[in-house]
Each structure stands twice: as C-alpha cells, then as structure tokens.
Design a protein around this ligand. Sequence first.
Ligand SMILES: [Zn+2]
Length: 289
Amino acid sequence: MILVAAFVLSCFCCNAQDEKLPVLWSELTGPDFAKAVEKSGGVCIIPMGVLEKHGPHLPLATDCIVADYIAKMAAEMEYAIVFPTFYVGQINEAKHQPGTVAYSTELCLKMLEETCAEVARNGCKKIILFSQHGGNNALVNLFCQSQLNSERDYIVYETLFGSKPEVKAQIEKMLKTDGGEHAGEEETSEVMAARPDLVKLERAATQSGEALNRLPLQKMRPSIFWYANYPNHFAGEPSAANTELGEYVILEDAKFLAEKINRVKRDSVGLQLQNEFFEKAKHPKDTEQ
Ligand SMILES: [Zn+2]
C-alpha cells in the first residue's frame, strides 16, 4: 500500500514537472498555482524596479520593464514563479522629477517583508529578489541581512543586476560609449529590445546626461551626490543604442539568472542552516564555545 502511494505520488510529481504552466504568478489559476509551486521547487522571483525618470526618452517604469522581461525569460528557461513587478523602492534622489514614486524607507522594508511572508505562506519558501534598479542595492542588501531578525520558514536570496565578467567584456566591445549609468546606451538598448514602442530616442538629445561633477568630493557620497552630478536624472549618451546590443544583454542576463534559479533549487542547506541558527539564537549560552 505504501509502495502504491509512493508510486502515485511520484507520478504526480512527474506530471507536475512536465506540465506547461505559465511562469507569471498573476497568470496562474488557483489549481495551477499549487502545481507551479511544486514544479518550481518553491522558487519565486520578485523582479524589482521603481518608477523614476529615465532621461527624456525612456519610460518611467524602465527598470520594472527590464526586470520583468529578464525574470520571465529566465523562468521559462529554468522554471520558477515570477511575482508581479515590485515597484516599491528607494528613489529619493529623483523626487524633483515628474513621475517619480518614492516611498519611505520604512514602507519599502515593510512591503518587502510582508510580500515575502505572503509569497512564503503560499508555499514558495525560496525567494529570489531580482533588482534592476541601482538605487535599490543598499535597500535589498539591508533587507536580506534583516532576515535574521526573527524566525521564519523561508529564505531570501538577493541578486542584483549585473552581467557575467565575460558578458561584460563582450558588452564593452559592442558599446560605442561607456554604456552610461542611467538611461545611457546600454539601458536604452535593453528597453529597445524589450519594449521598442516605448523608446523615444529622437528626444534623447534634448537634455544632457553628462556628469556635472558639482561636488568637490572624491569617493565620498552624501545623498545629494546623484543630483549634484545628474540633475536631469540622466547619466549617459544613448544615441548609439541599438536592439542588437539590448537583445544580447537581456538574453545573457536571463541565462545568468536561470543558472541562479537552478542553484537556488538545488540549495538544500540554506534553509536548514537558517533554522539551526534561529534555534540556537533562542538560547545562545548553550552554543558550544
Ligand atoms: Zn534604470
């Protein structure tokens, strides 16, 4: 009887593995969601961006659009559930520009905390934060460190944007400029690949994306640093942006993320160690010295 039950269970697993399921959380039905959790090994990606000006030529949701696009492509390579784009992020430095939505740091952390808790309550115990917004780096980092604040039955992995070294080298070969930090040649190319209908490249030259270097400080960054350098919230020179470059960056970054999903799926140690840590943290004087 036990053998039969085991056989039925394993067949169910196989079926769930083979079944073609949408990767987007928002597109799954309730019954399919349960199968998707099993098929994904409980891995959910939260693509993160923000709403902020991207020069005079790219949409406000640029980081969200690119994060979403890469996450979806990666999850189709290595199955995972993709949560709706998380647009709550750190973007105080663009509050002087139209269309920016800058929530308080407290709310950003709280939203992340409750979102991860809800994702986990639904069965995804391995959560990957995939941020495409540079201004989120410190926030995501702090959030991940804060995971040890209190006991939980899930684990959060951070993965910030960035390509593999060999891909970076190839991108540098393809670029006509240094790529730009914000709405420059590289990022504009990515939007051209993901959502060409939203790129107004002909408007790019109406504002400058050059660094003004108005602060006489070296390697010191007061919070006004970004505004001091780039008051137009635009850093780079995108006129040479092209779809070929964008498609290359997106495909390689999706492959890189798919590898990370695979590693997270195979990680059987992280959550176990986290549980052990929480248990020991309840009575530190018993920890062997
Ligand atoms: Zn951006």
